[in-house]
Write a protein that binds this ligand. Structure first.
Ligand code: UT7
Length: 338
């Protein structure tokens, strides 16, 4: 019988027992963008809520940011790197096609016992990865998983396209997932995808469909392309639906949710979701103004900030709400154990 079962705590409920995040030092403000594309601080602020974002140094890759966030999460969890049995990195900006970024993180932090893989679900990636880790831990297959969302979005930004370049930022967040020590932890999740809408948000080149070539680079196929207005509508509708579905699945009422951590793409999307779900905007944690859209890193950076600032406290019910390319979307509810 495991210690957990002996203690009488809920059988193998998995919990996030520590978080960490990392934002690269270089900050670019909206005023800085005014100098490189035809835009204004006023447009960016009113249309997105973004004021500034962090960008990695040229020699700083996704795995470097991921490893730093991982070290901070392990420290917060009081766990050693050699206790980690699984590393999952959610990213659309891996250091390279392979080896996977999780293997690179393993080497950097010295987590020799871990098996390592990446998952790609765009901005929804962290919640997808956390749900995978949760299932391994709940099933008793392992005790310590490290789940990371990390992105160097600056590596796929078209700096001449004002409709996308102002939106994104770089960074990483990490969570240590272990069996719950106090019965609190992850209550449930819903995950969805719709591959018919993939063309609305994509990087068309650099894969097996259009491998890197002089022609693909000349055409800018390695840059992120987005039909923003369309994506906006689906983001609002699908995040709203996921919020209501996860409440139903977990048997919780919206009044019980102390803090919603939505994907940080656009302040207007977050407000629209708050209005439709019927949870006051004050209960949504928002940091898009300081980070922009960091894709798979967004919600775990936000949770880390919310926890460290005392905005999320032990016993609070927290809801992640995510949406991204694919399309992918989902929600997860957890009771923070601290
Ligand atoms: O993370 C994955 C999910 N991604 C998202 O959730 C992003 C979803 N989409 C959005 O957040 C918004 O659609 C955007 C912020 C991308 C754009 O806001 P919008 O209110 O939908 O603007 P729009 O694309 O309809 O463009 C309105 C106008 C256009 O000019 P015209 O055609 O009306 O003359 C654009 O050319 O704003 C223009 N515009 C800009 N103007 C100044 C587009 N980008 C800029 C810019 N500065 N940076």
């Amino acid at each position: 019988m495991s210690e957990l079962q002996k203690s009488g705590a809920s059988a193998q409920r998995a919990a996030i027992v520590g978080t960490g995040s990392y934002a690269p030092a270089r900050v670019m403000t909206n005023a800085d963008f005014e100098k490189i594309v035809d835009t204004t601080d006023e447009w960016i602020t009113t249309r997105t809520g973004i004021k500034e974002r962090h960008f990695a140094a040229e020699d700083e890759a996704t795995s470097d940011m991921a490893a730093e966030a991982a070290r901070r999460a392990l420290q917060a969890a009081g766990a050693a790197a050699d206790e980690v049995e699984m590393i999952v990195v959610a990213t659309i900006t891996p250091d390279m096609p392979f080896p996977n970024t999780a293997c690179l993180v393993q080497e950097k932090i010295g987590a020799r016992k871990a098996f390592c893989f990446d998952i790609e679900a765009a901005c929804s990636g962290f919640v997808y990865a956390a749900e995978i880790a949760r299932r391994f831990v709940e099933g008793g297959a392992l005790r310590t998983a490290l789940v990371i969302g990390a992105e160097k979005m600056s590596s796929m930004i078209d700096w001449k396209d004002r409709s996308t370049c102002v939106l994104f930022g770089d960074g990483a967040g990490a969570a240590v997932i272990q069996p719950s020590r106090d019965g609190r932890g992850i209550r449930g999740a819903v995950l969805h995808s719709d591959g018919s809408l993939g063309e609305l948000l994509m990087v068309p080149g650099g894969g097996s469909r259009a491998p890197a070539s002089h022609e693909s680079v000349d055409k800018g196929l390695h840059f992120l392309k987005m039909q923003g207005r369309e994506v906006f509508k689906y983001a609002v509708n699908n995040m709203t639906a996921a919020a209501l579905e996860v409440l139903e699945k977990t048997g919780l009422k919206k009044d019980q949710i102390a803090c919603v951590i939505p994907h940080q793409a656009n302040h207007r999307i977050i407000k629209a979701v708050a209005d439709r779900v019927g949870i006051p905007l004050e209960r949504f944690f928002i940091n898009v103004d300081r980070y922009g859209n960091t894709s798979a890193a967004s919600v775990i950076i936000a949770l880390d900030e919310a926890v460290r600032s005392g905005r999320v406290r032990p016993g609070d019910l927290v809801m992640f709400l995510v949406f991204g390319g694919g399309f992918t979307w989902g929600a997860m509810v957890l009771e923070w154990s601290g």
